[in-house]
Design a protein around this ligand. Structure first.
Ligand SMILES: [Zn+2]
Length: 46
């Protein structure tokens, strides 16, 4: 799945969400990256 660090915005792909960002080593900052479709879905509710 596509992942992204909320601190440094580093984007990468991995099977699992790592505890630390592999780039900046921030703990708990890595989340699933929103897809373009997710953004479109959210925009539809505004
Ligand atoms: Zn990071």
């Amino acid at each position: 799945m596509k992942l992204k660090c909320a601190k440094c915005n580093y984007r990468f792909e991995k099977e699992e969400i790592p505890f630390r960002c592999p780039y900046c080593a921030k703990e708990g900052a890595v989340t699933m990256q929103e897809t373009a479709q997710d953004i479109l879905d959210e925009a539809a509710f505004i």
